[in-house]
Design a binder for this molecule. Sequence first.
Ligand code: GAL
Length: 675
Amino acid sequence: MKYFNRLAMGTCYYPEHWDESLWLNDLQRMLKAGIGTIRIAEFAWNKFENEEGVFTFDFFDRFLDVVEQTDMKVIFCTPTATPPAWLTQKYPEVLQADQDGHIFYHGCRRHYNYNAPVYLEKTRIIVEELAQHYANRRCIVGWQIDNELNCQIGEFFSEADSVAFRVFLKEKYGTLNKLNEAWGTVFWNQTYTDWSQIYLPRHTPHNTSNPHLKLDSLRFYSESCISYCKLHYDILKKHLPKNVFVTTQGLFPHVNYNRLHDEALDFLTYDSYPMFGLSDEGGNRLKDRKWSMELARIRGAGNEFGIMEQQSGPGGWYNRRFMPTPKPGQIRLWTYQSVANGADYISYFRWRTCTFGTEIYWHGILNYDNQDNRRLQEITDIGREFEKLSDLAGKTYQAKVAILYDYDNEWDGETDVWHGPLRKYSNAGLFQALQESHVPFNYVTVSPNLRAADLKAYEVVFAPHMTIMDPDLAECMKEYVKGGGILIAGARTGYKDRNGRCPMDIMPIGMTDLFGMEIRDFTALNAESPYAYASLGDKKLYMPFFHDLLTPVADTCETVAVYSEDFYKGTPAIVKNQYGKGQAWYFGAAFDCETVKELLKTLGVESLIKDLAEVPPCCEISIREGDGKAYLFVLNYTGDTVELELKKEMRNALTDEKVSGAYKLDAYGVLILEV
Ligand code: GAL
């Protein structure tokens, strides 16, 4: 079911932070700016249950009565991200703990755990009460569950979590013998003889725990999060009218968002703060543009999505971070970054900066003074533009390439210094190369349901470092290639099973026929290694972090590039194998941006817009298409005017003018063309 039939704007509003006399005026000003939806109540538990078991709804009833004097729509939240002080005092077992078992006390947020039976019961009660009371309120169009599940804390060590972990393991393995076998506990005498001996990874010398236990612990964190979300979802769905949606925001560590989406939500939302990429902590080459990578992940977790919090002001807590204010044009640029990547709903965080509390410096659209300002004007202008673009909603992001994304591999990589750093480097390298070559991509998530048919539409599929491999996934890749696809796997593919153990077999396990080669030797490299190169004809390619030394064994396997240094100089580094109607490439290192660009050229993968426009690499492009209409987006992330060449006449969707030939796009500018 589609929930958005037109592009729409919203904002996050906290009626509990303001004098009631401001409410109506705030709502009227929002509507005037084109903001038609507000999200409320995600941290307001005390307003409903200030005393255990005593429920009062008059505060939000009063607020919703005011809302219903206007046309404003509401996304109502379950308030569980901040359990009340009376609750954490009376039931301290609901509190979350760090790895040493130290309790996180009351005073911030997300200080609870997903597994304390009493918290599950308190959650059930408050969600049930709210759903019963508010389900049929006319202005409520959707619900948000909690707030940013797994944000701030993504690994959990409370007593209740360890107890639930044992139940999870019993269900998974059945017997301790099987668990001991799967985790290889014979190594260093870790054999468990009673379930009660098992804990989520605790501090050990060098803080090194059994890697297979560690992998299962990360899966367990995801499982806990999904089942906590589903607790809310099932209650809400029981009460809500059919057209009222349920969502929550991603992306945070150790959550399988595809499963969260499929099992416990109607669609996902994302909180987009691209200024992180421009402030010191960003540390990435594409700065704010890198947020498109997160947007691609959200898109990959389930088609329709919205932005629940789009940055609209400078940021910072009173004790953390320091972010400048968005320059004129940047709120608009980031808004269209979200839209260009597939979002149909944009809600700005937050209407007005709070005048007290931890986020006293995390600014919203309006400043403390409550006066109209340039940020409100910029958003008002976007609202007018959205009216011209309203039929964009539901149009599909056009991708030429897929990148396989596998949670097990991501999580195993987090704990593994041999291939972990490869993943991070390659994700960034692939993203930048594809962005700057104007070759849009989708993340396709690996799951037991993945079929070759899901990959068929893509010209090329990258499988960066699928260390953990199983016969089903290998089969799916083979089917895709047999049918004519091009698969490119990176170093360390196929040497672990789903438990993260390494079977005694020739690498890449179960795929030597697919790639027509065997890996008989390999080496890790330092990041700065002078030997990290391969030759492709007369070109020198940077091949960082790891070298798989490839030995072709099939006549169909052709060497594309060879390592150019060290004792294995001349050994194949990149090979391609004709397999069925397609090609399987093996790339022996991590994917560097410039190397990937070279590879795309060698493969003949062209820009999505080659017939439409010449656009410099500093601009992001995308096309959203559907119902016989397509829109091209060009986003300029730089503070300079850039020159484009439009190769045919197209309609500027915002001004209605016909444009063609040389075109100047302003600093932080956005061009949207109907093509
Ligand atoms: C988000 C969160 C909001 C607010 C915002 C700015 O992560 O959902 O409640 O904290 O960041 O810090």
